[in-house]
Design a protein around this ligand. Structure first.
Ligand SMILES: [Zn+2]
Length: 145
């Protein structure tokens, strides 16, 4: 995308490092599903090819949420097995959509090392009603997210 910027990201212990290209205008997603809520996961979505793992692949551990409405192999939550920080989730959808058509990443914004508070504040916030499996619409209550 034209306004994409390359962001550097890492887990807390710096074993896992990756970079991704993303446009602030695409917004920061906050969801009320049990996974995002318990992890305070603020995420940004990128296409599969827009994330590059730079180091620490051997420290990546994966978690499958059970039960989940997603097909078992269609969502993988990745975290660092050394420091425990969740870095990104990899998901699979087939929609008529620029990002959600094939594999995509939901990156934990908190891992991003070169984004400024001003950039974060300027990005639109998109709320998802994940707890009711309605990710494309905001829930009635969002202030707690
Ligand atoms: Zn780590």
């Amino acid at each position: 995308m034209q306004d994409d910027k390359t962001y550097q990201a890492s887990c807390h212990c710096q074993k896992i490092k990756f970079k991704f290209s993303w446009d602030l205008a695409q917004g920061i997603h906050k969801c009320n599903c049990t996974y995002c809520y318990k992890t305070k996961y603020q995420k940004v979505f990128v296409k599969h090819g827009d994330l590059e793992l730079l180091s620490g692949g051997n420290f990546l551990a994966t978690y499958h949420a059970e039960p989940s409405s997603w097909p078992k192999d269609h969502i993988h939550h990745y975290f660092c097995k050394n420091c425990g920080v969740q870095v990104y989730s990899k998901g699979f959808l087939q929609m008529d959509h620029e990002i959600f058509n094939g594999w995509f990443y939901a990156i934990n914004l908190a891992t991003c090392d070169n984004i400024t508070p001003e950039e974060i504040i300027s990005a639109p916030v998109i709320f998802e009603n994940g707890i009711e499996d309605d990710q494309m619409h905001p829930p009635k209550v969002t202030q707690h997210l």
